[in-house]
Write a protein that binds this ligand. Sequence first.
Ligand code: PNW
Length: 459
Amino acid sequence: MSEFPTLPNGFVLGTATASYQVEGAVDEDGRGRSVWDTFCAEPDRIKNGETGDVACDHYHRYPEDVALMSELGMDAYRFSIAWPRVVPDGSGPVNPAGLDFYDRLVDSLLAAEITPAATLFHWDLPQALQDAGGWQSRDTAARLAEYATVVGERLGDRVGMWMPINEPVVVTMFGHALGVHAPGLALGFDALPVAHHLLLGHGLAVQALRAAGCSSIGIASNHAPTWPASSSPEDQEAAALYDTLVNRLFADPVLTGAYPEGLAEAMPGPVEDDLKVISSPLDWFGINYYQPSLVGAPGGGGAESPVLEGAPVPEGLPFEPRQLTGYDRTDFGWAVVPDGLREILVTFRERYGDALPPVYVTESGCSFHDVVDEHGQVHDERRVAYHREHLDAVAAAVDAGVDVRGYFVWSLLDNFEWAEGFTERFGLVHVDFETQHRTPKDSYRWFQQHLATRPSGKS
Ligand code: PNW
């Protein structure tokens, strides 16, 4: 098997999942409904009509999954807490059984010497809050902070890293502008207030976690280098606008306390005081990376993006996502561009300078339609190459002066991939969704072998 990249001492390696994608048990122990339960029950939303009702049954099988992590030997595990398990109606009474589940999970991770890294909101908003306006309503930000207090007070003494929100840009774009994720709203540019409320929720939750005594607080925000389709001024301008909307709209307020030029006016104002909350200091900044975006001016033909595949590309946009050609692709159709990870890390360092705290790659991964062969093996050498090359890209960013502290593989397990259902498999561990049998893939073995011989042991 191929050589393992050289990473700084103490570099954290971890795996990642999210509650709705792995837990199942949606009606158990007092869990309330989430927007994803509702969305999956609507016709034609999810490939093959699949749902997260059972998913990986992780709610019941977490001891087996923690044992798999323990044998893998990684330092950390990033999971998300299901808001509707802990606060079934999104505000008001707390469900003790929901908190107990995460308490057990955290304790078993610690017993296995794995650092728990918790996300508070990885998209499963309580349906009751959606009924009250969801992220279109400013109140939802305050509800997130209340829930953060509840969780922080219970788990703050044991969780090693905290992230209030996963990928605000995907919630805004996919959930509210395009309508391909829950809650399925296709508001176009009218989705911009959602971005502000998510950011405000992030800031208020950061403050709530700190007040509850939690340490090491960050964010998991997806970012991608944005490449103009050509050197024409029209394509450059379109790409710059896209970069502003998908990268800077979320990172600028958090890291600099200001919206990119022209965007503050689009937000439900006045935003000045909110920006002070949104820019509450972070201990680290998490970047989820999958692939670069190629963007041109509208009307260039080929208005198609692998990222938006299956989604209608709305008419009248001032930019046009294009197909990136000339790269290998995953079975999901996403381009494999390891150097894009180095580029976005270096861009963040250049763009934000000392305002950028230490960085973690909070997600990186690839979907292949893996099958278990007759010997019970999964030979996913393309995933081995993917992670080796992306870790090499991290090492190159470190050499270029970016303070990158860790890398989380998306994902530990094959799981419910949102609108794609169970078709896309990102795991280091194969899951048979009929039997729930777990099969470690060759990529799992590759990490395991390296980790077993790591000179410094666990970091
Ligand atoms: C992330 N894009 O979502 C999420 O955090 C995970 O829950 C998800 O399973 C994983 O990536 C793989 O999709 C993304 O279009 C969804 O650029 C879409 C994009 C990026 C990340």
